[in-house]
Design a protein around this ligand. Structure first.
Ligand SMILES: NC(=O)c1ccc[n+]([C@@H]2O[C@H](COP(=O)([O-])OP(=O)(O)OC[C@H]3O[C@@H](n4cnc5c(N)ncnc54)[C@H](O)[C@@H]3O)[C@@H](O)[C@H]2O)c1
Length: 252
């Protein structure tokens, strides 16, 4: 059990990678706060974890709302006594909208969830981690956080910002026993494509141009294993960096 006794908060944990991370962490002995916008689906993840002998609670939280984030981290501490691991996983796509067609509303919505969300949860968790001189943050960024045309302009910029935030937090809090890393997944088989409701034809064509280079699509469980490594003491010397998990797609 690599996370025995640890308390972990996972955002966006009702589906996809967040769900796989919550399940794997619980199987490795962590007490998991399964958080999502969709509380009923989060609750069913908790039920599955409990059926396998794990410990978890579901907490409804929109990471774009400060009051929800406050209540999320407070619930973890209230229920389990502390916080050890924060997984910033909740994220949304942007319909491949290119820069000329961006609206303020789309830009603000994507940044609110993908970038301000991890900032808010991190800001709330750091005083807890600083006091105990230990804590781990793993941000689910994207290949789109390292490369220019894996999605639309807002998603790409929002995930590049997550990478910068990860490096800043990782370095600045390193001497306080805190680590902060990101994962940059390539294409992973999840429900995120359901958020692509009206793809922009030009933006999608420019984004899809590199898809023939993608060796394969990944499974959420493959990302969960990388998150487990980064959250565990096995990664004690890994900080302020981004681990790409994409079958080699971005290596070309
Ligand atoms: N699937 C991919 O190919 C891929 C590739 C690279 C990066 N990512 C990133 O991985 C992360 C997880 O995505 P996924 O593919 O598992 O998607 P998913 O849609 O299967 O799961 C995302 C979950 O986040 C929740 N969510 C959305 N907005 C939220 C909010 N404001 N507050 C709280 N929860 C919210 C959704 O309800 C959903 O349960 C995202 O940050 C995404 O950008 C995905």
């Amino acid at each position: 059990m690599r996370l025995s006794g640890k308390v972990a908060v996972v955002t966006g944990a009702a589906s996809g990678m967040g769900k796989a991370i919550a399940e794997l962490f619980a199987a490795e002995g962590a007490k998991v706060v399964v958080s999502d916008l969709r509380i009923e689906t989060a609750q069913s993840v908790v039920t599955e974890i409990e059926a396998r002998g794990g410990t978890a609670i579901a907490v409804a939280a929109n990471v774009a709302k400060e009051e929800d984030v406050q209540q999320l981290i407070d619930s973890a501490v209230l229920q389990f006594g502390t916080l050890d691991i924060l997984i910033n996983n909740a994220g949304i796509m942007d319909n491949f909208v290119p820069a000329a067609d961006l609206t303020d509303e789309l830009w603000d919505r994507v940044f609110a969830v993908n970038t301000s969300g991890p900032m808010r949860t991190t800001r709330k968790a750091l005083p807890i981690f600083t006091e105990k001189k230990s804590g781990v943050i793993v941000n689910i960024a994207s290949a789109g956080g390292l490369h220019g045309s894996r999605a639309g302009a807002a998603y790409t910029a929002s995930k590049h910002a997550v990478v910068g935030f990860t490096k800043n937090v990782g370095f600045q809090y390193a001497s306080l026993g805190i680590r902060c890393n990101a994962i940059a997944p390539g294409g992973v088989s999840t429900n995120i494509s359901t958020s692509i409701t009206a793809p922009n034809p030009f933006g999608m064509e420019r984004a899809m141009i590199g898809m023939p280079l993608n060796p394969r699509t990944g499974e959420p469980e493959e990302i969960a294993k990388v998150a487990l490594f980064l959250a565990s003491d096995d990664a004690s010397f890994v900080n302020g960096t981004v681990v790409t998990a994409d079958a080699g797609w971005t290596a070309y």
